[in-house]
Design a protein around this ligand. Structure first.
Ligand code: 13P
Ligand code: SF4
Length: 324
């Protein structure tokens, strides 16, 4: 059930949400998993903050009875696919993903049927229905390694992110058929404005997520998943970083390296378009309420969940073998 802002405020008025969320975690044996793109106060109350691979590994291994997923729908759905017996709640059911939406299952099935001798690798940013049509799921942390783990002559469909797909082709030399999907946040960065920023800060290093378009990735000194970008910003001796991904990651970067400067890569317009509008639907109030009410909760039909789990487990197994 969707609540109005006024009713959310009245239900949470006067509460210390940090204390209340902590109390509910203990009372319900709940764990809060948060993606790096969440608001900073949500990251601060989370039991685990990570990228999509880390979050799915945590979901697969937790002993909690309830998983509170502070992220978007496909992430919570992945947790439910891996843990069908657990209650998985999401603060706002409307937190979707433009990339997942760019790949409707009926059209994707027809696309796969048109390439019957191809293995299907899907980026985790897709719906359960797409995962059910997939052989191996991947994330931005392991896409290159998963493709490289297959025999060189394997014919591959890669979906839904064409930008990540192009990056993987460039890294592996494989000839993959790409689905034409993209993330609305990572397509917004302006190559020209990043070049101008680099002129003003010649020592700055550009670090970029592989969901960005090729002209932006060409400027990057380092390309990686959100966790890889964070680790690079900690370990690299550089002091100024231009960060081409969603702005939520800056919270951990500043926390881990307070003496360094992090500049969000500028978007094409003067908008806040490098904030993901879906991720930013979640709030502390909504986290408290979904824990208290145990809804909205995620459910996945067994006919979809079982094949979807297979493709996610293949990814987790390959990642474990490769030490990722
Ligand atoms: P990672 O955190 O896996 O790098 O993914 C980024 C993203 O766009 C999640 O929606
Ligand atoms: Fe989807 Fe892009 Fe938002 Fe990630 S940042 S949830 S890929 S729209």
């Amino acid at each position: 059930m969707l609540q109005s802002v006024a009713s959310l405020r009245s239900e949470t008025a006067g509460l210390d949400l940090f204390e209340e969320i902590d109390r509910l975690k203990k009372e319900k044996n709940a764990i809060v998993l948060a993606h790096y793109y969440q608001d900073s106060d949500i990251q601060d109350i989370a039991d685990y903050i990570g990228d999509s691979l880390g979050l799915s590994q945590q979901a697969a291994s937790t002993n909690a009875d309830m998983i509170v997923f502070a992220g978007v729908h496909f992430m919570a759905e992945t947790a439910k696919i891996l843990c069908p017996q657990k209650k998985v709640v999401i603060p706002d059911l409307r937190a979707g993903c433009s990339l997942a939406d760019s790949c409707p299952p009926d059209r994707f099935k027809a696309f796969c049927d048109a390439h019957p001798d191809h293995i299907v690798i899907s980026y985790i940013n897709c719906t359960a229905a797409i995962k059910a049509l997939t052989d191996i799921v991947c994330t931005s942390s392991n896409a290159v390694q998963i493709v490289n783990s297959l025999p060189a002559d394997t014919k591959i469909i890669f979906a839904p992110d064409k930008n990540l797909g192009r990056y993987v082709i460039q890294q592996t030399g494989r000839n993959m058929v790409l689905w034409d999907g993209a993330c609305m946040v990572h397509e917004i960065f302006s190559r020209e404005k990043i070049v101008k920023l680099k002129e003003r800060h010649p020592d700055a290093l550009v670090i970029a997520h592989p969901e960005c378009e090729t002209p932006v990735l060409e400027l990057a000194d380092f390309i990686g998943s959100t966790t890889a970008l964070l680790n690079f910003s900690k370990s690299n001796p550089g002091n100024i970083f231009i960060v081409a991904t969603e702005s939520g990651i800056l919270h951990q970067m500043v926390k881990d390296s307070p003496h360094k400067t992090f500049i969000p890569a500028p978007p094409e317009n003067n908008c806040a378009c490098n904030d993901c509008p879906h991720m930013k639907l979640n709030t502390l109030e909504k986290i408290y309420l979904c824990m208290k009410n145990e809804e909205p909760s995620i459910n996945v039909e067994e006919s979809v969940r079982i094949p979807a789990e297979k493709s996610i487990r293949r990814m987790l197994d390959i990642s474990e073998k490769l030490g990722l």
